[in-house]
Design a protein around this ligand. Structure first.
Ligand code: KG4
Ligand code: ZN
Length: 357
């Protein structure tokens, strides 16, 4: 039996300090040996959003013991690690720098290769950690910083089909939650409030629904919520607004995903139609079940990471590290932290660019 690679993944791009050890079995299926995530929600709560300086400080305080805990829980010894993979972007530069520097130093001290990982590639590959995943697939990333449809041709080959032209979806959830007076991070809280509300009570706008291909826009929705909120008096009305907001998002994603299906089918010869959804918002149960139904209607196989792997974690960074390790794709120790780093290097930067359709 040949020795299977043992990869340490490190993630510090935003407000989660995370480390994970993964390997694979004889059939090449990944195995998560440990997956430690320390959230900073308590640190940022009183500010209603992530404060970069505080986030970086918290990463610095925790990174040593998080990595140590990941090694201890894996049942492996430190000198069995074959490579160290750290997120190098996109994200908050002060936060990225912590995990990146730590990873480089750790790899050097072990005399093992270092691998710089794109955080978005981690989300794109995260379902591989618990499902069989064949290429090509259509990928929808819905997180706090990104909302985009990508054609994933094969490992390392990504073409962006559509993206948000203003706010990311998680950002829209968080901003709406703030308006509704719920604590940061608001996404999961909106989901709870929405369960008690009438989704048909408020008619909210669906920006660029019938134009712009599968590009997305959520900023107008937040402005509409702000207007409604001024006239809200009861808790029931807050629940109704949360439910109406969530239903509007579902309707936007339903329509835009159908457009993305068509674009995906146009550029690929498909034996099997696969739709992968990941990122923090993919944990939302209503959005998940709407997308699963949409896939059934359109004969797509839907693949989601498990709920705990939807949000930021280091196992998804380690799986990219594992794939790169097998291809000998190592990084130099001067690899920079990249606050902006598109998966599709040819894609134009749309956010705030005044895109015309
Ligand atoms: O992927 P993620 O952990 O971090 C980024 O890479 O951005 O995503 C975090 C985002 C936050 O905006 C959070 O509010 C949102 O995902 N989120 C949710 C839910 N759980 C997390 N949004 C809606 N419903 C949820 N259940
Ligand atoms: Zn993320």
């Amino acid at each position: 039996m040949s020795k299977k690679p043992l990869i340490l993944g490190i993630e510090t791009s935003c407000d989660e300090t995370a480390a994970s050890l993964i390997t694979e079995n004889e059939q090449g299926r990944p195995i998560i040996l440990s997956n430690i995530i320390s959230s900073q929600v308590e640190v940022h709560k009183e500010f209603g959003g992530v404060v970069p300086e505080l986030a970086a400080r918290s990463h610095i305080e925790k990174i040593d013991w998080i990595v140590q805990k990941a090694i201890d829980e894996s049942g492996k010894k430190i000198d069995e690690i074959d490579a160290v993979a750290s997120t190098a972007g996109p994200g908050l530069i002060v936060c990225l720098s912590v995990g990146l520097s730590f990873g480089k130093a750790f790899a050097t001290s072990l005399d093992k290769p270092f691998i710089a990982v794109n955080h978005l590639e981690g989300h794109a590959l995260s379902p591989k950690l618990n499902s069989n995943l064949n290429y090509p697939y259509l990928f929808l990333l819905i997180s706090g910083g990104h909302s985009q449809f990508l054609n994933v041709q094969s490992f390392g080959k990504y073409k962006r089909l559509g993206t948000t032209i203003d706010d990311a979806l998680g950002e829209a959830f968080d901003k709406t939650a703030k308006l509704l007076g719920v604590e940061f991070p608001g996404g999961p809280q909106i989901e709870i409030l929405a369960e008690k509300g009438d989704p048909n009570k408020y008619d909210l706008p669906k920006p660029i629904l019938y134009k712009g291909g599968c590009n997305l826009s959520f900023a107008g929705l937040k402005t509409a919520v702000l207007k409604v909120i001024k006239n809200i008096k009861t808790d029931q009305e807050r629940f109704d607004l949360a439910a109406s907001f969530q239903k509007t998002i579902e309707e936007i994603l339903y329509k835009k995903t159908k457009v993305a299906f068509m674009e995906f089918e146009k550029i690929n010869e498909l034996k099997e139609k696969i739709f992968v959804v990941a990122g923090g918002v993919a944990a939302n149960k209503n959005i998940r079940s709407m997308l699963i139904n949409l896939c059934e209607e359109n004969k797509y196989k839907s693949i989601f990471p498990s709920i705990e792997l939807c949000g930021d974690n280091a196992a998804m960074i380690a799986i990219v590290g594992l794939e790169k390790y097998k291809l000998n794709q190592f990084s130099n120790l001067d690899h920079p932290a990249k606050p902006r780093w598109s998966l599709d290097e040819d894609a134009i930067f749309l956010k705030g660019a005044g895109l015309k359709f």
